[in-house]
Design a protein. Sequence first.
Length: 497
Amino acid sequence: MALTKLQAHPKRVGPHSEILMPSEETDTPIATRRYHFIGAGGIGMSGLARLLVKNDAIVTGSDAEETAVVRELRDIGADIRAGHSADNLPEGLDAVVISAAIKETNPELAAAVTKGFAVCKYAEMLGELMDCYNGIAVCGTHGKSTTSGWLAHLMTLAGTDPSYIVGADIPQLGCSSGVGDSDVFIAEACEYDRSFLNLHPEVGVILNIEQDHLDYYRDEDEIVEAFIDFARGIRQSGVLIVNGQDANVERVRHAVGDSRTCLTFGLDETCEFNARNITLVEGLYAFDVYRRNTLLGRTRISLPGRHNILNALAVFAAAAAAGVETEDILRLLGRFKGMDRRLMLKGDCNGIVVLDDYAHHPTEIRASLEAIRSRWRPERIWCVFQPHQYSRTRFLLDDFAESFRLADITIVPEIYFVRDTGENKRLVNAEVLVDRVRKTGAEALYINDFAGICEYLKVHVRGGDLVVTMGAGNVWKVADEYLQWLGKDRKDGLPPV
């Protein structure tokens, strides 16, 4: 099934469904309409703004600070200002789009409400925009940034020329969002706040489903129900692509039944797209790709970790559903080098490898540490893990403690605060996590501040070791500072072996 051969997309019906409705004098539903973005410099918001400008919309907006992203938006014709002020709000707007970080007290938002402008969240606008394209939405507890970025990279190289919005930078494409000339639109779809229910793609990909965002969801069953609703929201003509070896994903597939075409991927030979004859070559995987029992060909991926075989199969299935030739997929899969902050090699200096990784869930931590062991084979792994959210740390405390067994030494600073309550902060902290890690028999220590962590690494790390900073917060600063010291400031030898 080739997406580019499809003709009509059913329109969403909802509180903001009038925002992109076409007028008689325009060529597209978006052209000449006026949108104001509050928080325009964010990864997702800036991507939306670019796509609207591409479709000849008039885009204004603001961001808290003057940044390179703000300047880039100005360069393509969007009027984006630094700082929030009611004076930034033009007259005659069709809609005001807000990022998740914008509070009700924001002066521009308050002015928009007073003037009666339609106000929609980022996810709502993303859904409205996807309705104008043949959409591919990638969701799951883990791997959605990597998989959607990988798919965007492959389809770009294959000549499909898609538009895309991904939640992290794709270094090989030089951005996290891109504007293409085809009618294909790839988007990373997040389950938090059920925001992915705004998307009604032609192809929906579900990578996996686990407990997460328990500050929002009641339990795992409620999370699965949200994914079921996402799957049911795929267009009737569309395709659901799912991990055929995930028990919770199987619950989604069972609930959807025969209402959508469903393709599975996995390492098991019963999956529609499956990998066989898997070999490890210099820390990276090569494997044969089968569709049912038909050999499609052999490929090799450039991302470490067995979990990335599954991500590669999801990319393969989605690209095939979009009409990319099998030979092109096999040829291009291995050219993708990865996403920003996903097992990202920051440097290799004085015999010490320094990585940075976004893993912030126990399953992701285990997968990343396993990938590090197989790819780099270090003498010791020093994992500097910054927990993300007190609530996540509290709800998954025992799983977190067990996830560091493959690290030789784990250093934990204080928990990164975001979307948390005072109750969660009272019930858990980084020292509690360190104590729980130690009870598993692993070595761990608590050092509150980044400067103290760097000093400890300077004294104790030696040649042959690997340092990985890990977490969804700002722990990457430790990797940068330590690497700078290794490469520029270090004048004498390293600690003895």
